[in-house]
Ligand binder design. Structure first.
Ligand code: C2E
Ligand code: CA
Ligand code: CA
Ligand code: CA
Length: 273
């Protein structure tokens, strides 16, 4: 039994070692990803359920690694946050998304995800101001998506930052609402423009009465605080009907469209054909 336990521990440590090695490798390669042109953004549509109109696109980051192929953001973003690469990557994302949105024929918003560490960095506001000036995108077309982890640390700083962004005309959505640290207190004291219900609730809604109850509760909360609610992860019509009957404002998910090449490319493709 002792030997077996020994083997087990040894195996476990090798596993840990391999994970750590892979993380170090990713951290290293990430440093060159921007310069090598390995990053790009896809865009997923967001629909207004009141008018049926396209209201915006969420920019979602993709990394095509030269040897390992596609590495999902859920894997490399946390590593970039740990090593500090997230600042350069985040700035690249903001700039690319604003430049892209400026080319759209419509006035849809572009929603950009911000890491918590990015949000609390003192120069965020001036960086964004510079990017808007350089790209010529109207601040009213930029929406930032942050999770609650961005504001639980230094609440006063976060509130100050949020107010400055809003004063510029930028809107701010709270992402993944209902998971982690979500609390009523946060919603009450931070002037968010939108609540995004985490997709895990929609994905479970058909089989879980609890998930449905949480969706209803968040929709009621949004209504009473007068904050529009967007449901993410809408994959079928049944889910959409439930959201519509409960007065959800906006929706996003595979049912409306997967993350795809930039909208401006569609237009060019049509124009060239
Ligand atoms: P998120 O911000 O919650 O983004 C939504 C995720 O749900 C995206 O995954 C999207 O592709 C996926 N999704 C959309 N509709 C559906 C659906 O109907 N069903 C299902 N099952 N999934 C759907 P993705 O693109 O892999 O991104 C994962 C996470 O990585 C994002 O979650 C976000 O936290 C992070 N991320 C992505 N791009 C960026 C970025 O530019 N900056 C930062 N800081 N984080 C990013
Ligand atoms: Ca998001
Ligand atoms: Ca989300
Ligand atoms: Ca998420």
């Amino acid at each position: 039994a002792k030997a077996q336990r020994g083997e087990h521990i040894c195996y476990y440590e090798e596993g840990m070692d391999e994970t750590a090695r892979r993380r170090r490798q990713i951290a290293n390669d990430l440093r060159h990803a921007i310069a090598n042109g390995e990053l790009h953004l896809l865009y997923q549509p967001q629909r207004s359920l009141r008018t049926g109109a396209l209201s915006g696109y969420e920019a979602l980051l993709r990394w095509q690694h030269p040897r390992h192929g596609f590495i999902p953001p859920d894997v490399f973003i946390p590593i970039a946050e740990e090593t500090g690469s997230i600042f350069e990557i985040g700035e690249w994302v903001l700039r690319d998304a604003c430049r892209e949105a400026k080319q759209w024929p419509g006035e849809e918003k572009v929603a950009v995800n911000l890491s918590a560490v990015q949000f609390i960095k003192p120069d965020l506001v001036s960086t964004i101001r510079q990017i808007l000036a350089d790209t010529g995108l109207s601040p009213t077309r930029l929406e930032l998506e942050i999770t609650e982890t961005a504001i639980i640390g230094d609440k006063l700083r976060a509130l100050h930052c949020l107010r400055q962004l809003k004063a510029m005309g930028i809107s701010v959505a709270i992402d993944d609402f209902g998971t982690g640290y979500s609390s009523l207190d946060t919603l009450h004291s931070f002037p968010f423009d939108k609540i995004k219900i985490d997709k895990s609730f929609l994905l479970r809604s058909e089989n879980s009465a609890q998930a449905r109850a949480i969706i209803s509760a968040v929709l009621a909360l949004g209504k009473s605080l007068q904050i529009p609610v967007l449901a993410e992860g809408v994959e079928n019509e049944a889910q959409l009907l439930v959201l519509e009957s409960e007065g959800c404002d906006e929706a996003q998910g595979y049912y409306f469209g997967r993350p795809d090449t930039p909208p401006s490319h569609h237009r060019k493709a049509v124009a060239n054909s």
